[in-house]
Design a protein around this ligand. Structure first.
Ligand code: FE2
Length: 374
């Protein structure tokens, strides 16, 4: 077990006291993002740089990541500037990376595994590819429900799985909970991707925790009966189908709508303008959220650097880059969200530990498939 590295404790302290920008609801559009890129990595991290050079024994950190956003590059540069530790990046599909670490065995150069969805992080944990980390920085900055209780992985940004409905449509029955999707009055209205996709598996895993096996299977049957078409494509095509009038309700992660809303392509912007968001279950347990996250690989040759890197990801500047680069929500509460995301308003999130729904995944998938959700 490892406590916080002095390098990053200093770095975080430094960043946490940084003057705050305007609140999300008062910010403008792209101007603020440009400012963020300009100030985020270089200027704000500079004071911590000397500390990093003095404290670090490891000069490199190898990151296996299934995230590939341009903004993540600025993030890696920021870490190198702050600590003097070079980032070597291996990108790939999450399952490929997990398989690669497994096949590399004790000789794997991998220090950090970064991926999206708690179920995939849980898969890496179950394959015994991750090691426990104790870090006061991570435990203080990341809410408990967004990380593994034993420190095997940590959520770094959040995405909510929401309902996206046609803006000009008034549902014939209340539509405020995931459970409402099973109401027979909504026949022919739902567009959603395949049952087997990890986002739906995790959502159903959360339903399982809330409503039990029989309740979840009945719900899945109701959703299948209300589908406007057989599951096909990713989340974006579901939103497009709502805008096109093919369905009334899409189940989607928030950032897909963010990408459409911020798009420079008029046809994508038009899709976002044709819909509105519903954050489900605001009157009870809250909306299901999932994470992008990271864990330290069990055989990490540069363990200190790996912990330092994950701690760095919780700094204000890194949180802004990490979350806003993909229209996600930061896990650190006081960090500004992208204006497009802020425009949807604040919401109550389900506090169920990500490990709990991730562990429910296999059973949840069986229930969905038995209900006929392809
Ligand atoms: Fe996604």
């Amino acid at each position: 077990m490892k406590r916080s590295t002095p390098i990053v404790a200093g770095l975080i302290a430094n960043l946490a006291t940084r003057p705050r920008g305007p609140r999300p609801d008062s910010t403008g559009g792209s101007g603020r993002r440009a400012l963020l890129v300009a100030t985020g990595a270089a200027a704000l991290l500079a004071p911590a740089f000397a500390m990093g050079q003095a404290g670090a024994q490891e000069r490199v950190v190898n990151i296996y990541s299934s995230r590939h956003y341009d903004t993540d590059r600025a993030l890696y540069d920021g870490f190198t500037q702050a600590t003097g530790i070079r980032v070597r990046l291996i990108e790939g599909d999450a399952d490929q990376l997990i398989e690669r670490i497994r096949s590399e065995g004790a000789n794997s150069p991998a220090d950090v595994l970064m991926t999206v969805d708690a179920a995939r992080l849980e898969r890496a944990r179950a394959a015994e590819l991750l090691q426990p980390v104790r870090s006061q920085v991570l435990e203080a900055r990341i809410p408990a429900h967004l990380r593994d209780p034993d420190g095997l992985w940590f959520g770094i940004s959040k995405r909510a799985r929401i309902l996206i409905v046609a803006r000009d449509w008034t549902p014939p029955v209340p539509l405020a909970r995931y459970e409402d999707l099973a109401n027979p009055a909504l026949k022919g209205t739902i567009c959603v991707r395949a049952a087997g996709h990890v986002y739906n598996v995790s959502l159903a895993g959360a339903m399982l925790a809330a409503n039990g096996a029989a309740g979840t299977e009945a719900w899945a049957k109701g959703v299948v009966a209300n589908m406007g078409r057989p599951p096909q494509g990713g989340d974006t095509p579901q939103i497009q189908a709502v805008a096109a009038g093919q369905c009334r309700i899409a189940i989607s992660n928030t950032y897909y709508l963010g990408r459409l809303a911020a798009s420079s392509k008029p046809e994508e912007k038009a899709v976002a303008d044709a819909v509105r968001v519903i954050f489900p279950n605001q009157g009870d347990r809250g909306t299901h959220v999932n994470v992008s996250g990271a864990g330290v690989v069990r055989t990490a040759p540069n363990r200190n650097a790996a912990v330092a890197f994950i701690e760095y990801l919780t700094s204000v500047a890194a949180q802004e880059m990490f979350a806003n680069g993909n229209f996600e929500y930061p896990v650190v509460d006081e960090v500004n969200v992208h204006p497009v995301v802020a425009a949807w308003g604040r919401f109550k999130e389900d506090q169920l530990n990500a490990v709990a729904y991730a562990k429910n995944g296999a059973e949840a998938l069986t229930l969905m498939q038995r209900a006929g959700w392809r």
